[in-house]
Design a protein around this ligand. Sequence first.
Ligand code: FAD
Length: 275
Amino acid sequence: MPTPSYSFEFFPPKSEKSALELLTVVKDLARFDPKFMTVTFGAGGGSREGTLQALRNLQKAAPVPFGSHLTYISLTRREIDHYIDLLWDQGIRHLVALRGDMPNDLVWPLDPDAEYYQYTSDFVEALAKRHPFDISVGAYPEKHPDAPNLDADLAALKKKCDAGATRAITQFFFDNEVYYRFLDAAHKAGITTPIVPGLLPIHDFSKVCAFAERCHASVSDDLRAKFETPSANLAEDLLCAQIEDLTAHGVNHIHFYTLNKSSLVAQACDNLNSK
Ligand code: FAD
């Protein structure tokens, strides 16, 4: 079975202790020769400086191309230009360009306003113009919660790809059929940009369920039943089965939402690499 390439996503650590733990995780996962690693931006109350600092530390720890997530929803165009110039000067050549979750004081869709980007496609276009970044965008196999339907969401994804994104990374899903159906629909919508599956290892099932509910990612009754009386290595077995099936379907790149932990991801990659 051909081995896919991997990429790993982390969030900026919130304490010195978790920063040290993250260095260990990153060094452990670097042995899989990942295509890239990324650091999230703003999610869960993180700051811009937190992302920049985490990137600086991780760049020193592992010889891997690092990318920064960047959300535009609370930043002016001028603030974004300043931030991406800092990233570029720091040697960052990859951005994961996102809108970000809507703050309570803003209403979607945004008013067109010269100070702010209105859509992620405008944002992608501007990023690509300022520096020749490799740009990833988000994709939602079960549709983004704000989208009226999947067709509208695919039209938005196509605009982001046409604006210069080099790949889309999906929201997590647990049933690969959801991803395969989405690939078919994206193909029919004329999207030719690679759509990389994003996988979430299940370290804590109840937290994953709460997160999935917020993101509108489905958790089947079958999966819930399995975690009611979990077998010894259930989370690892599920992740291994998921990536084996993706690889058998020709998927050549898998992105992991690591949650700053390497155990399940490393076991799953080791398992696949040994086949
Ligand atoms: P968008 O593509 O902007 O879509 C949002 C909504 O707008 C959808 O309903 C879409 O259909 C609609 N839309 C988009 N363009 C148009 C258009 N031109 N016309 C009409 N409608 C349009 N959040 C963070 O805060 N920090 C992170 O680091 C982070 N990392 C993430 C990484 C990945 C891989 C993914 C999948 C998500 C991540 N998120 C992160 C969450 C993300 O910010 C939210 O899901 C956000 O609500 C949507 O951002 P987006 O750019 O993916 O969506």
